[in-house]
Design a protein around this ligand. Structure first.
Ligand SMILES: [Zn+2]
Length: 177
């Protein structure tokens, strides 16, 4: 019995490591995300700088680029740095598992203008502005649960109603790669 208790943390660590290694590639996960019935990816930036509404870095552009196995484009206005990055598997996997339970409209992945040095620009963050068809706000019945699921699936920067700049969308970001 004692040995079993001593072993169990090690076994847990091993299984956690294995499950991380077992994640499909970002390309496969992006394909699954595009086909997921509970995920919609916006083809325009919600608060764009004028002239940058459709800049090949919208959420739909980014998930399409990743599903093709390509680098994804970043926006190049306001704080956005331009250039490209890749969507990371941990973020895509978390998004998929949340979508198994909630219908989400994703407004930005790597594109859009966010804080300087935002994790969006590294391909490890998503924003969503509706949950089950209801706009995110402090009155949305599901936003807290979706934020809790982000944390459960490994996100370490989770913002939503009650936080400055996030009254009407949630932001879930995974550790910087
Ligand atoms: Zn965000």
């Amino acid at each position: 019995m004692v040995n079993r208790f001593r072993l169990s943390p090690l076994l847990l660590l091993c299984s956690a490591a294995l499950s991380l290694q077992a994640l499909p590639s970002p390309q496969v996960l992006a394909q699954q995300a595009m086909g997921h019935q509970n995920l919609t990816f916006l083809n325009v930036h919600v608060k764009p700088a004028k002239g940058h509404e459709k800049d090949q870095a919208t959420a739909l552009d980014n998930i399409t680029q990743a599903a093709r196995g390509q680098a994804v484009r970043r926006s190049a206005y306001e704080n956005a740095p331009g250039g490209t990055t890749t969507l990371k598997a941990q973020m895509l996997y978390g998004l998929l598992r949340i979508a198994d339970k909630y219908r989400l409209r994703v407004t930005d992945l790597a594109g859009g203008s966010h804080e300087p040095n935002s994790r969006h620009y590294l391909g490890v963050a998503f924003d969503a502005d509706t949950i089950n068809g209801v706009r995110v706000s402090k009155n949305n019945p599901s936003y807290a649960e979706v934020m809790r699921l982000c944390r459960l699936y490994g996100a370490t920067e989770i913002l939503g109603p009650g936080k400055a700049g996030h009254s009407y969308h949630i932001h879930c970001a995974w550790p910087k790669p």
